[in-house]
Write a new protein. Structure first.
Lengths: 114, 111
């Protein structure tokens, strides 16, 4: 079946560096999401994105975060600069049109900020 | 405080037994969803139950919703080893899928 792919699966960077997390959503999906999950804690909503725009963002979506999907390619989450507390697993999700369409989640990118 | 939370952190059952995971939430909702997350994977939606529904089934799964007590349950009958996972409830205020997940109940199904 259709899958959301996240690249890379694990990223290790030094604090202060920039990182871009990539998400390859299902091809005909229109809504995109990022969630953050710190080890052992619940998954938390960061942002949703539709029609080229951020629709909503949570207080976790700091000024250092940005999202885009240039020309229908990867849906990306960029963090610049990174901080130690950004270490977590980041899950991307996409879904199609209609309220009955459940989001499909990727397997996550584990980000380790040293 | 948690907007959605499961009532038990971990459960263990033997294969073939039935199990129920409970969840309570604190906000008004248009729907509540149950997700399963296996180790190393993203969560997968199991059941979506709308606020005007009291029960929803999906194969061996049965979800209930009580909006007066703001609680929900997910029951799994005839459990299998592959049901081993973390089960989350998630609330959705307006069907926009800005989901608030609970902390999850870890279910272990022993052979």
């Amino acid at each position: 079946g259709p899958k959301v792919l996240q690249i890379p699966s694990h990223q290790i960077i030094d604090m202060g560096q920039m990182v871009t997390l990539n998400c390859d959503p299902v091809s005909n999906h229109l809504y995109f999401y990022w969630y953050k999950q710190i080890l052992g804690q619940q998954m938390e909503f960061l942002v949703n994105f539709y029609n080229g725009k951020v629709m909503e963002k949570s207080k976790l979506f700091k000024d250092q975060f940005s999202v885009e999907r240039p020309d229908g390619s990867y849906f990306t989450l960029k963090i610049q600069p990174t901080a130690l507390e950004d270490s977590a697993v980041y899950f991307c999700a996409s879904r199609g049109q209609g309220n009955n369409q459940a989001p499909l989640f990727g397997e996550g990118t584990r980000l380790s900020v040293l | 405080s948690q907007l959605a939370e499961e009532n038990l952190w971990a459960l263990s059952v033997h294969e073939g037994e039935s199990v129920t995971v409970n969840c309570s939430y604190k906000t008004s909702i248009t729907a509540l969803q149950w997700y399963r997350q296996k180790s190393g994977e993203g969560p997968a939606q199991l059941i979506l139950i709308r606020s005007n529904e009291r029960e929803k089934r999906n194969g061996r799964l049965r979800a209930t919703l009580d909006t007066s007590s703001q609680s929900s349950s997910l029951s799994i009958t005839a459990t299998r080893c592959e049901d081993t996972a973390v089960y989350f409830c998630a609330t959705d205020p307006y069907m926009g899928y800005k989901l608030t997940f609970g902390t999850g109940t870890s279910l272990l199904v022993d052979p």
